[in-house]
Write a protein that binds this ligand. Structure first.
Ligand code: 13P
Length: 263
């Protein structure tokens, strides 16, 4: 069975000091709940680049993973302002978010960029969390499946079948991000089942059984159960509600409770 992943995308929030004080409160709550530190779900924090070294040092050998929100695909060179995959690996990152809708829509990232980043992440031993999702316009035009499957096909064009276990997909409908308007769990499940079908069609039957697929978009402790109680939804990628350590702990705990029956 796939291990659930509950992840905090802090976006452009928190200084190093604020990241460390979150970490202290959150870890204390988590280890009080799971005293042997045997956490039944994967937990990952995605801080800004600047806080990565401090959090990686704090959680080295601890069951709280750290990842980056983006990276460049090249190994090194004249790319002012960018961060290379080996730098993230060297800092202690386990994961990297790629193709987040804010990268695609605000910074013009394309499927081609995402393809190069996915390959680079896997080549450097980083587990990519590939974000896909439709805009409100696309949903209203009934284009959700087409758009999402285009993004999935592009990203997986460079993933070998044996690498699927290292890859996570996050379905994040753009209209649900930061709006307080989460997707209906039925709709999220439909799209996620569609993602699994697309992946099965690429690699052959049942391959997507090994693939973690998350939901993201206005997730909080009060609604996480409605998503994670669906068998095909392996976890959540949380923005705003992950900034508060008590709330994010509750999301982990509620998510785990919803998932227990499948574990
Ligand atoms: P919110 O949880 O703030 O809607 O953000 C979701 C998101 O974009 C996570 O990557």
């Amino acid at each position: 069975m796939r291990k659930p992943l509950i992840a905090a995308n802090w976006k452009m929030n928190k200084t190093i000091g604020e990241a460390l004080s979150f970490a202290g409160v959150f870890a204390e709550r988590l280890y009080r709940r799971f005293p042997d530190k045997n956490i039944p779900v994967d937990v990952a924090l995605f801080p800004s680049f600047l806080s990565i070294p401090a959090l990686c040092a704090l959680f080295a050998n601890e069951p709280i993973h750290i990842g980056a929100q983006n990276m460049h695909w090249e190994k090194s060179g004249a790319f002012t302002g960018e961060v290379a995959p080996y730098m993230l690996k060297d800092a202690g990152c386990a994961f990297v978010i790629l193709g987040h809708s804010e990268r695609r829509h605000i910074f013009g990232e394309t499927d081609e960029d995402v393809i190069k980043k996915v390959r680079a992440a896997l080549d450097h031993g980083l587990n990519p969390v590939i974000c896909v999702g439709e805009t409100l316009e696309e949903r209203e035009a009934d284009e959700t499946d087409r758009v999402v499957s285009r993004m999935v096909k592009a990203a997986f064009s460079v993933v070998d079948p044996e690498e699927l276990r290292s890859v996570t997909v996050a379905y994040e409908p753009v209209w649900a991000i930061g709006t307080g308007r989460e997707a209906r769990p039925d709709d999220a499940e439909d799209v996620i089942l569609g993602i699994r079908k697309t992946v099965d069609a690429i690699y052959g039957q049942d391959t997507s059984e090994n693939l973690r697929v998350l939901y993201g978009g206005s997730v909080k402790s009060k609604n996480v159960r409605s998503f994670m109680s669906r068998e095909s939804v392996d976890g959540v990628l949380v923005g705003g509600a992950s900034l508060d350590p008590e709330e994010f702990f509750k999301i982990v705990d509620e998510g785990y409770k919803a998932r227990r029956k499948f574990l």
